[in-house]
Design a protein around this ligand. Structure first.
Ligand SMILES: C[S@@+](CC[C@H](N)C(=O)[O-])C[C@H]1O[C@@H](n2cnc3c(N)ncnc32)[C@H](O)[C@@H]1O
Length: 332
């Protein structure tokens, strides 16, 4: 189903491909994920309005180095990226509040190439607010927002207005397991024209203590963000999770080189999920996996991009090799 949201502004179009709160997709994921022997939910369900706000708070935490590091790399390289790509528009996947994207939009505006911004995110309120703010900040900018799922709705990207820079920041690519990551990148490569580029933010493998602190901050904001998914299930699917009966767990899996976030039941929990007509039991200390966040080496990055039919052209990192932004193009 598609809905066109009238925003009252001539330079903004927002198309929604999610039914109200997409509770169908949530219902399917909850039914599938909570009836498995090892319980799991995909991370996209963290992001209702409260989850998006908590993620913003995480980005400002001293332990959460990815946001400020990626921002610093963008500041240093934005002009070069715009020159290399000649981009007239940015398509941003998982756009959130587009805070860092403004660095690229500024560089495009200065270069005189900026025409349109196409944000795609599951959180409608964020798309609407960001669109309204950006047309104020960049007079003449067109915004074509897509409320949708980047795993399912890439076919709804509008026809390009010129060379396109697809931007996927924040290390969100790390939330895919390796197989689905390559499948996703292949789909993305197919949606790209020969003049388009992909700017991909990836968090790098590093000291596990630094990684684990980034996902288990001393103020407990990440813990609250993690538990928020239970609030979402309670509200959307009429469930009765006792949210405080779950502990936040975050650890670096050294073999797979990814961070896992889980919620661990502190005692036996019996949960009724009314909208699905099911009951779910958690044994004491049983865990629910809520996110993986894969960390990259250059080899892993190059291998994934090559397998997707993308050619890695540049890797930009910070002086401590904490985070990487890579620029690639469809091969051949
Ligand atoms: C880790 S945050 C990154 C936000 C921002 N790009 C940044 O770099 O700070 C992930 C963002 O992706 C969105 N998101 C997560 N899964 C998604 C999906 N399957 N489809 C579309 N958006 C998704 C979330 O709503 C959130 O805004």
């Amino acid at each position: 189903m598609t809905t066109l949201t009238y925003t009252g502004a001539a330079d903004i179009e927002v198309h929604s491909y999610l039914a109200a709160n997409d509770e169908r997709a949530l219902a399917d994921d909850v039914l599938d994920g909570l009836t498995r022997p090892f319980k799991e939910l995909p991370p996209k369900h963290f992001y209702d309005a409260r989850g998006a706000q908590l993620f913003d708070e995480i980005c400002d935490l001293p332990e959460y180095y990815p946001t400020r590091t990626e921002r610093a790399i963008l500041r240093e390289r934005a002009d070069e990226i715009v020159e290399l790509t000649g981009a007239a528009e940015i398509v941003e996947l998982g756009s959130g509040t587009a805070a860092k994207t403004r660095i690229l939009l500024d560089a495009m505006q200065n270069a005189g190439t900026l025409r349109r911004y196409v944000p795609l995110d599951v959180t409608e309120s964020m798309i609407l607010e960001t669109a309204a703010a950006l047309v104020e900040e960049y007079p003449g900018l067109l915004v074509h927002g897509i409320v949708g799922d980047f795993e399912r709705h890439l076919q709804h990207l509008p026809e390009p207005l010129g060379p396109r820079l697809i931007v996927f920041l924040g290390g969100t690519i790390g939330n895919f397991t390796p197989g689905s990551r390559r499948r996703f990148l292949r789909g993305l490569a197919k949606a790209m024209g020969p003049a388009d580029h992909l700017l991909l933010g990836t968090d790098l493998v590093k000291d596990p203590a630094v990684l684990e602190a980034a996902y288990d901050d001393s103020r407990g904001v990440t813990a609250e963000f993690n538990r928020n998914v239970l609030h979402v299930v309670n509200r959307e699917l009429r469930a009765d999770f006792d949210v405080d009966a779950f502990d936040h767990v975050a650890f670096f899996d050294r073999e797979r080189e990814w961070i896992e976030m889980r919620l661990r039941a502190t005692s036996r929990q019996h949960v009724r999920i009314e909208a699905l007509g099911i009951d779910v039991v958690f044994e004491p200390r049983e865990e629910l996996r809520t996110e993986i966040s894969a960390k990259f080496t250059r080899e892993r990055l190059a291998g994934d991009l090559a397998a997707a039919g993308l050619e890695l052209e540049h890797v930009f990192t910070d002086e401590n090799d904490l985070f990487a932004l890579s620029l690639s193009q469809p091969a051949g």
